[in-house]
Design a protein around this ligand. Sequence first.
Ligand code: T6T
Length: 315
Amino acid sequence: AALALGLAACSSGNSGGGGGSTGDVKGKTISFVPGVSGDSFYITMQCGIQAEAAKNGMKVDMQAPQQFDASLQTPIVNAVVAKKPAGILIAPTDAKAMVPPLLQAKQAGIKIGLVDTTLSKDGIASSSVSTDNVAAGASAADALAKLIGQQGKVLVIAFKAGASTSDDRQHGFEQEIKKYSGIKYLGAQVNDNSPAKAASIISATLSANPDLKGVFATNQFAAEGAATGLRNAGKQGAVKTVGFDAGPVQMQQLKRGDVQALVAQQPYQIGTQAVDQLVASLTGKKPNPKIGTTTTTITQDDLSKPAGGQAAYKT
Ligand code: T6T
C-alpha cells in the first residue's frame, strides 16, 4: 500500500501540523501550479496542500504545465490570475523567466507563495518553502564519493538550466566534489527534464569515457534516463548513480539497483507549510519569508532497516 501513496489518492492524516485557523480564508481558493504534470514529487506536495487547505476551509485548484518549461507555465499563470484566486502556490520553472508573470499576479492582488523552486528576484512572493538544494547537492556529492571509493570520473545530469533547484543542486555538488582529490569531475550536462535525453547523455559520455564511475542525476527524470542509458551499455551497477527524490518509482529504482542512493526531499511538508504561510499572509499575519526543509540520503542499506526508507514513503 505504501508504494502507491505518491501516485494514487492522497492518504489522510499526517498534515504536518499548523493550520486550523480563521474564517477569513474560508471558501477561498488556492491555485497550485507545479513545475510539471505527472511528477510524483508534485503530486505528493499537492496532497499536503490539499490536506492543509481543507483544515482552513479552502479549496485547491491545480493547473500544471505538460513540460517543465517557463513558456508553458507562463500562460497557465496568466489564466490562473484571470480567475482571481486568493493565492497562488507555484514552483517556478525558471528563476528569471517566471518573474514577469508572477509580478503581474502580485499586482493583481494575489498572494504568491513559492514551493520547491525560487525566483531570482525578491519581493514578489510573500513566502518560499523549499529544500536547501545547495546542501542537498553537497550531500549527493558525498554519497557518490563514498559509493565509488573516492576515485574516478563523475558526471552531473542537470535537469533544467535556469531552474533554481537544478542550478543549486549542481553548484552544491560541484563545490563539494572538489574536496575529493581522486575524483575527476566531467562537468554537467542538461537533459531538459527528458529521460530520453538523459539516457543519450549517458551513452555519449560512456563512449568518450568508458571508465566513468559515477553519476549524479539531479531529479527523478534525470535518474530514470540515466538508468536506461547505463542498462543499455551493460553498466548498470558498475557505474554508481545518486538520484533525487524518493517517490514510489525512485524507491523501486533503489531496490532494483538502478540507483545506489537517493537524496529524499519532503514534498508533503513543503505543501503543508506553504499553505500555512499563505494563510498567514491572507489574514494579516506576518508570513515566514523563507522556510528551508531538509533532505535525507537513503541507500540500499537503509531498505533492510525497519525504519529506513519509510520516511521516503511518507506523504
Ligand atoms: O526534484 C523535484 C523538484 O524538486 C525539482 O524542482 C523538479 O523535479 C522534481 O519534481 C522531481 O522530478
